[in-house]
Design a protein around this ligand. Structure first.
Ligand code: TTJ
Length: 659
């Protein structure tokens, strides 16, 4: 074929554009939504093509640029989309790629990509259909080829009469190049997306994760939009090993990162892990760089291997005695931070959303490979093996104690000192209606604040539990010192009123509250109590935090007011700025009260500022924050006062009492 005569689109081929009109009519069907998620989906869709070229072994650099005019450029240094005619359609392959639905992945005929990351699979044509315009440049065999597509509105402005993703130029040979690769620039159409602002941080996180998973590949992100000039490069020679280092950053790690990489039965397996001193398990899993949020066969293969190899080792080395039961997988995995990334041909997913891998061959390959590598590794690193097994034995012992304590709590008559039916503490005031979907529990510091909270609350749905002094530090206690007949009364009451049970019996679905709100003074002791309670929830009820049920109330710091002939003008302030603004507004007659504690507010004020859902400000606790609280509890409980003060001052979200 001579250079400049690649055939243009002919009238006959217009029929294929009907498909793009369908996309334009119902974008949600193809990209999920026309909100921010859908907008970013367009970018992932294009990048998936580059990742496929990386996985095929022909590309080591991907660059994403946010341009000043609102368009986005994605470029790779792969082989370039083939420029010849497509067999089925009789038009150039790039034209097919951008105008025919589901043409992705099979460029250039043949088998297309095997280990494909093309998760969304809707293809580049969907991106074209939802763009104002799109340009592709292909650098291949010394030439640059170029084609442009546009949305051309119809005379009546109706989508059905518009030309969607129309090839306004043929694929043209526009000159020579020494480059290799594919470059696509597109402008998301503001007629489709209410907000076409791409979020730098969203892109950044995703691209960085991809760079961890695509070891050695360079991913560049550049933002050239007005007012910004940022360029970042992500490149990790150590791949998911660097990922683990990043994930465990700031945590107390217990050993060097363990890293296995290899192939079994045609499946590439890559695993990196490292334990930290938290109790939760964190495992990120991927298939062909697609995150498998709901895990699947590869993950169960890993877990089976991990548990079995460690139990075998423990038996051989008499850390488990003849009559001991095997340790469970959960016992072994407390504090595990792991990334499992596999690559395979034609992965099968169980769910529609492709979040769970179903391929059976992945289970056996991962299980076989990890068993082999892990057994060797344990033999070569006996201290490491001992560490993991001892931790698991301890984890099992603690769980057993929790079970006994929970049992004792349920049957207080069997043993323990208290006789008769225990009544829920007199410090607890329930709401008048049973309504787990709406009810709120306020855990309040101090009896006087508790009194205001009880009187100020909306009794229909708000409950109050007042704490006397400081709750105990659950980190330091044995479980039977925390719950059960010999446990801590306050904490027993919390467990009792939230209704979930604890330990093995814990069931988040039984929670009798929609919100659990920690309400403390804005001072040092308040911060301390907050952290202790967060630690309790993190350690024993993490699922409640995950479900977004745990909150911190924010009482105001100031009351700014002026005396009127009758009553007062009042403005509550949560920040210095708000206080200054109110003071300015009231002028000379302004008076300021600095709240030192909840107890200084009467019932009505407490309701108005801190308990009324319409006006209050709550902080929703996330797992990371709670984990941080757990980590820091050690410092707080220590004898060294300065680090304790420092930490609270920088981390607890309210102003400290001056001392
Ligand atoms: C397919 O198999 C034969 C050789 O070329 C392969 C290919 O198409 N490679 C390819 C496509 N690399 N990069 C792309 C690509 C890049 C972007 C930015 C957008 C799209 C739709 C494809």
């Amino acid at each position: 074929m001579s250079q400049n005569t690649i055939p243009a689109y002919t009238d006959e081929d217009i029929r294929v554009l009907k498909g793009l009109t369908a996309v334009r009519v119902r974008p949600g069907m193809y990209i999920g939504s026309t909100g921010s998620r859908g907008l970013h989906h367009l970018i992932w869709e294009i990048i998936d093509n580059c990742k496929d070229e990386v996985l095929a072994g022909f590309c080591d650099t991907i660059k994403v640029t946010l341009n000043a005019n609102g368009s986005i450029t994605v470029e790779d240094n792969g082989r370039g989309i083939p420029v010849g005619l497509n067999k089925d359609e009789g038009i150039p392959t790039p034209t097919v790629v951008f105008t025919v639905l589901h043409a992705g992945g099979k460029f250039g005929g043949g088998e297309g990509y095997k280990k494909s990351g093309g998760l969304h699979g809707v293809g580049a044509s969907v991106v074209n259909a939802l763009s104002e315009w799109l340009e592709v440049e292909i650098y291949r065999d010394g030439h640059t080829y170029k084609q442009r597509f546009e949305y051309i509105p119809g005379p009546d402005g109706d989508v059905n009469s518009a030309q969607v993703g129309y090839p306004v130029t043929s694929l043209e040979n526009v000159g020579e190049t020494r480059k290799r690769g594919t470059r696509v620039t597109f402008k998301p159409d503001s007629r489709v997306f209410a907000d076409t602002t791409v979020m730098y941080n969203v892109l950044r996180e995703r691209l960085r994760d991809n760079a961890f998973l695509l070891k050695g590949v360079t991913i560049v992100l550049e933002d050239n939009r007005p007012g910004t000039k940022v360029e970042e490069t992500f490149h990790f020679e150590e791949g998911i090993k660097a990922f683990i280092q990043y994930l465990n950053d700031g945590k107390n790690t217990l050993h060097d990162i363990v890293y296995f990489e290899g192939e079994k039965d045609g499946i590439d397996v890559e695993l990196a892990f490292q334990f930290n001193d938290n109790s939760s398990e964190n495992l990120l899993s991927y298939v062909n760089t697609i995150p498998t949020i709901d895990e699947g066969t590869h993950v169960s293969g890993f877990r089976n291997a991990f548990t079995k190899v460690l139990n075998d080792y423990a038996r051989r080395n008499t850390m488990l005695k003849k009559n001991d039961k095997n340790l469970s997988g959960n016992d072994y995995r407390e504090g595990l931070m792991a990334v499992l990334s596999i690559r395979m041909d034609d992965p099968q997913f169980e769910s529609q959303t492709k979040d769970k891998l179903g391929s059976e061959e992945a289970r056996s390959a991962v299980e076989g490979y990890i068993s082999e590598r892990m057994s060797y590794y344990l033999e070569e690193n006996p201290d490491f093996a001992r560490l993991l097994i001892e931790r698991a034995i301890e984890a099992r012992r603690i769980k057993e104690e929790i079970r006994k304590a929970a049992e004792a709590l349920r049957n207080p008559n069997k043993k323990g000192k208290k006789k008769g039916k225990r009544s829920i503490s007199d410090k607890y005031t329930p709401p008048s209606k049973k309504d787990p979907e709406n009810n709120e529990l306020f855990i309040v510091e101090g009896d006087s604040a508790g009194g205001s909270a009880i009187n100020g609350r909306n009794r229909n749905f708000q409950a109050v539990l007042s704490l006397r002094g400081k709750p105990i530090n659950v980190e330091k206690k044995k479980i039977y010192e925390i719950i059960g007949p010999n446990g801590n009364e306050e904490i027993n009451t919390i467990v009792e009123v939230i209704g979930t049970g604890i330990g093995d019996e814990f069931n988040a679905n039984n929670c009798t509250f929609n919100k659990i709100i920690i309400m403390t003074d804005a001072d040092y002791d308040g911060a301390h109590i907050q952290i202790l309670l967060l630690t309790l929830f993190y350690r024993y009820f993490p699922e409640l935090i995950k479900r977004g049920k745990v909150f911190i109330a924010q009482p105001p710091l100031y009351k700014v007011y002026r005396q009127l002939k009758k009553g007062q003008d009042i403005v509550y302030a949560w920040t210095e700025e708000e206080k200054d603004a109110a003071q300015k507004e009231f002028g000379k007659s302004a008076e300021i009260q600095r709240y030192k504690g909840l107890g200084e507010m009467n019932a009505e004020q407490l309701w108005d500022t801190t308990m009324n859902p319409q006006t209050r400000k709550l902080i929703q606790v996330d797992l990371e924050e709670a984990a941080e609280a757990e980590r820091i509890v050690t410092i707080l409980m220590g004898d060294k006062v300065p680090p304790r003060r420092d930490w609270i001052e920088t981390n607890v979200k309210f102003v400290m009492e001056e001392e």
